[in-house]
Write a protein of this length. Structure first.
Length: 110
């Protein structure tokens, strides 16, 4: 124990056991306040770290969202290109059929 606390307890001994109990209670109260201040500081650090992690998470989610949007646009473009290629194939087949029907088909020319 701290020598000052020991000296205070000895001087409070003149007031009897209630004085010593009051001094110990007050000492414990001060120690508890000190612990609360330390815990509050640690809690503040935790909150700051939590906010920083949340900001990083938000940035990562935005990047993933942009990547998802690009993937969806790419899929839409591919679907549109596939439909266009199908339409071109059908047009070429119809032209081939028309050329065959007219009898002017020359397979070497292709």
């Amino acid at each position: 124990m701290d020598p000052v606390i020991v000296k205070a307890l000895i001087s409070l001994g003149t007031y009897g056991p209630l004085g010593i109990m009051a001094a110990l209670g007050f000492g414990l109260f001060l120690q508890e306040r000190k612990r609360n201040v330390e815990l509050s500081g640690k809690l503040g650090e935790y909150v700051r770290a939590s906010f920083a992690a949340d900001a990083e998470h938000t940035k990562a989610m935005m990047a993933l969202s942009n990547l998802y949007d690009l993937g969806m646009k790419s899929t839409e473009s591919t679907t549109a290109n596939t439909a266009a290629m199908s339409a071109l194939k059908e047009s070429v087949e119809r032209l081939d059929d028309e050329v065959r029907r007219l009898g002017t088909h020359d397979p070497k020319r292709r």
